[in-house]
Design a protein around this ligand. Structure first.
Ligand SMILES: NC(=O)c1ccc[n+]([C@@H]2O[C@H](COP(=O)([O-])OP(=O)(O)OC[C@H]3O[C@@H](n4cnc5c(N)ncnc54)[C@H](O)[C@@H]3O)[C@@H](O)[C@H]2O)c1
Length: 271
């Protein structure tokens, strides 16, 4: 079954690359007019131009989602350009590493400003438009919305917070025509993951280790997350709100992690 979003208007934050780019492309393929909101003034326009082929509509809007005035102004600009907003994909995010001692207050505030407050701000300015004729919001969380990774205190905390924001917003607007859901990816091959791997002496080994963390034995592709996002944003998910859809190749399934599955009790009798 194909999803048609003909006539719909979608915002994708962080749409210049990675999961956001794949999502913007899928939404445009489905007929939506797409506004990419991103801080990257090089990659953003290139991605928008690249998507805007063969009748597809995609436009870049420079916007730092952590800054109230920029978000307010940009949402107004999107509505001036496209007339309304039906779909919001709150995807933009950054990664940082550290525990509570080594994470500086500045790094904590920067990550929270983008990963958590940014989602709040864009929703804050988009929801009034959606209240006029309904809409769907998809928030990009993470497997780290449910579980923790060592040395990632700010990221894990923000991703847990996004699940709370999803549930709180879904209740506030459940009877007002707006659905709010969360997609929670495992490790996905994007510039963010490649950057994180590049911090290690052997980046290829980090990617291989990421492969092994998933029950399916591989990391995911941005398109595989985009498909889940587009589904939740579409009328095919009309009775789904407040949900978290894990897109993780089975990463969260194995008790004790994949290492335990390979070497723990019962492993010897399982091929
Ligand atoms: N890649 C993974 O393995 C993975 C796993 C789980 C969750 N996620 C989440 O998916 C989302 C996208 O991740 P990705 O891997 O595609 O990242 P990415 O770094 O490849 O792309 C992120 C995009 O967000 C933009 N961005 C960053 N700060 C911004 C800001 N303040 N305002 C507007 N745009 C901003 C960047 O310019 C970039 O275009 C993030 O929320 C991330 O936490 C990623």
């Amino acid at each position: 079954m194909t999803i048609s979003l003909q006539g719909k208007v979608a915002i994708v934050t962080g749409g210049a690359m990675g999961i956001g780019e794949a999502t913007a492309r899928r939404l445009a393929d489905s007929g939506a007019s797409v506004a990419i909101l991103d801080v990257d003034r090089d990659a953003g326009p290139k991605t928008a131009n690249d998507i805007s082929q063969n009748g597809r509509v995609c436009e870049f809007f420079a916007c730092n989602i952590a800054v109230n005035e920029q978000v307010s102004r940009t949402v107004d600009a999107v509505v001036s350009k496209f007339g309304t907003i039906d779909i919001l994909v709150n995807n933009a995010g950054i990664q940082s590493y550290g525990d509570v001692v080594s994470t500086s207050e500045e790094d904590w505030d920067r990550l929270m400003g983008i990963n958590l407050k940014g989602c709040f701000l864009v929703s804050k300015f988009v929801v009034p438009h959606m209240l006029k004729s309904g809409g769907a919001i998809v928030i990009v969380g993470s497997v780290q919305s449910f579980s923790a990774v060592a040395n990632s205190v700010a990221y894990v905390t923000a991703k847990h917070g996004l699940l709370g924001l999803t549930r709180a917003m879904s209740l506030d607007y459940a009877q007002k025509g707006i659905r709010v859901n969360c997609v929670c990816p495992g490790a996905i091959d994007t510039p963010m993951l490649r950057w994180a791997a590049s911090l290690a002496p052997d980046p290829d080994e980090v990617i291989r280790a990421c492969d092994r963390m998933h029950a399916m034995g591989r990391i995911g592709k941005a398109d595989e997350v985009a498909d889940a996002i587009v589904y939740l944003a579409s009328p095919m998910a009309s009775f789904i709100t407040g949900a978290a859809l894990v897109v993780d190749g089975g990463m969260l399934v194995p008790a004790g992690g994949m290492g335990f599955q390979e070497g723990g009790t019962g492993a010897a009798t399982h091929k």
